[in-house]
Design a protein around this ligand. Sequence first.
Ligand code: SF4
Length: 280
Amino acid sequence: MPLIHLFRRCNQRCVFCSYPADAGADGPAGLGDWLREIAAMPPGPVQISGGEPLLAGTSRLCLLLAAVKKLGRKAELQTNAIAAAGLPAGELTRLCKALKAAGGYFNVNFPAASPAADFRITKTRGAFGRRLAGVRRLVKAGAAVRLTHVISSLNYKSLPAFAAFAAKELKGIAWLQFSYIKGVGRAEARYLPKYGEVKPYLLEALRLCRAAGLRCDVDHIPPCYLGSFYRLNVDIVKMKEGRPGPHLQEKARVAACRGCRFLALCPGPRKDYMAAHKKL
Ligand code: SF4
């Protein structure tokens, strides 16, 4: 999915931030630059990212979303949802409507089920409570909300607890994605747990989601580590349809993939995972 980074500015300091480390300081980019960038992208839905896109302000975001719609494209608005907690009601409604009109959804980075764990990951005081309030407001306003739970060495043992938390405290979300940390940007290798360490906790979390009727999927952990839940791996559909995209650039098959029953459905493990751990 084509991606635009509006700017680097953010109200969190997540240890897993994948914003390109070599991107330099924010330039003078504004609405006109963003629209030109989107118009020049290959076809398909647009991921609007940052930094934190909500810091662009509601008016500019609504104009951006209207332009995306006019181009006949859909939008995914990535956010940590903190700013959504404090938006005046009218602005929140306007933003949700503009996103809905663009056939889109909020993709909320939600990394923990408690304030202390949230702080260890986002390095931002008070973020957990504001994020929780922000997501609830978005859901209440009728927006489609996907949660992305980035799996790192700081939270993988709490995956079942997070699944239970999401099912109980965040009713109304459209779905939950468990997404293994990318070893790029600010993410240091020590935050990348081994797939084998993550597996039992992730499978339990997926069982809990299934029992609670909470839709979920998994990104950046290959099917060979997902047991009977392998169909939840998001690359499988892309591979079946022969879609181009970052999954083919960021991942590559390795010697251990030889003879694998998922070979045609899996692009292999992430290259940065192999750089950190040397073996699958
Ligand atoms: S192709 Fe490789 S990474 Fe993918 S499921 Fe098979 S063994 Fe695992």
